[in-house]
Design a protein around this ligand. Structure first.
Ligand code: PGA
Length: 247
C-alpha cells in the first residue's frame, strides 16, 4: 500500500497561507507516499485549485452526517467533496472534546463521507487519564468498534491513532508502545471488516515532527502520519513527506 502523509491545519490558515502549498508541491512534485492537506473549510476550494495538477490531495476536517437541510453553520460531505476534497478527517479528539462527538456520531459522519466517495480518516486515541489508568487498549478498541462503519474498505477508510496527550505537546508514546497499539488496531479492525483491514492505512498522530518521523515510520503497521503543527510549514511537512517516502 502507498503510505499517507496527512496534514491537519485545524483552525489555522488564511488565503495567504496557500504560499505554503506552492512551496510544498514545488519541492515534492512526485513523492512516493500520498500527500494530503486538510485546511479549514473556508480554504478547501482555494487549496484544491492551487493543488490542481500536483501530487497534493485536499481534505476537510469535519462534516454533518446529513446530506443537506436546516443546520446553520454546518457543511455536508457532498459540499466538502464539491469544493475539491478527496478525504475527510472525522472524530478528531478536538471535535470529540469541544463538540461532544460520540462514536455513533463519528460513525454516521464516516458513513456520510463514504456515501459521497470521500475517504474517511477516523481518529481514535486515549486521554492521559485513560492511559494512566491502564485503559488505553480498552478505549481505543471501543472507539474503533463504535466509529467504523460496516462495509468500510481499504479504499474508503483510514484510521488515525492519536493519543490525546501527545497532540500538540511534543510528547509521544515510546516506539514499542506505538507498535503495540497499531498491531492491536490492525487485529481489531480485522475482526470488524475482515481481510480488507490488511490494506487500511493506520496513521500515527501526535507530535510527529521531522526529528521523530523516521523512527516512527519504520514501525510495523504504521502506514503514515496525521500531522498538526508540523503541517503548517512546507519545509516541516515536506521533511515528513520525504521521511515517509523513504520508509
Ligand atoms: P500535532 O497534532 O501534530 O500538532 O501534535 C496532531 C493532530 O491533532 O492531528
Amino acid at each position: 500500500m502507498r503510505k499517507l502523509a496527512a496534514g491537519n491545519w485545524k483552525m489555522n490558515g488564511l488565503a495567504a497561507s496557500l504560499a505554503e502549498v506552492k512551496a510544498l508541491t514545488e519541492a515534492h512534485p512526485a513523492p512516493a507516499c500520498e500527500m494530503l492537506l486538510c485546511p479549514p473549510a473556508t480554504l478547501i476550494a482555494q487549496m484544491a485549485g492551487a493543488a490542481k495538477g500536483t501530487a497534493l490531495m485536499v481534505g476537510g476536517q469535519d462534516c454533518h452526517p446529513k446530506a443537506s437541510g436546516a443546520h446553520t453553520g454546518d457543511v455536508s460531505a457532498a459540499m466538502v467533496k464539491d469544493a475539491g476534497a478527496s478525504h475527510l478527517i472525522l472524530g478528531h479528539s478536538e471535535r470529540r472534546a469541544d463538540h461532544g462527538e460520540t462514536d455513533a456520531l463519528v460513525r454516521a459522519k464516516a458513513e456520510a463521507a463514504m456515501a459521497v466517495g470521500l475517504v474517511a480518516i477516523v481518529c481514535i486515541g486515549e486521554t492521559e487519564a485513560e492511559r494512566d489508568a491502564g485503559r488505553t487498549l480498552n478505549v481505543v478498541g471501543t472507539q474503533l468498534a463504535g466509529s467504523v462503519p460496516d462495509g468500510a474498505t481499504a479504499a474508503t477508510l483510514v484510521i488515525a491513532y492519536e493519543p490525546v496527550w501527545a497532540i500538540g505537546t511534543g510528547r509521544t508514546p515510546t516506539l514499542p508502545e506505538i507498535a503495540e497499539i497499531h498491531a492491536f488496531i490492525r487485529a481489531r479492525l480485522t475482526d470488524r471488516i475482515g481481510a480488507e483491514a490488511a490494506g487500511v492505512r493506520l496513521l500515527y498522530g501526535g507530535s510527529v515532527k521531522p526529528s521523530n518521523a523516521v523512527d516512527i515510520f519504520a514501525l510495523a503497521n504504521v502506514d503514515g502520519a496525521l500531522v498538526g503543527g508540523a503541517s503548517l510549514k512546507a519545509a516541516d511537512f515536506g521533511a515528513i513527506v520525504a521521511a515517509l517516502s523513504a520508509a
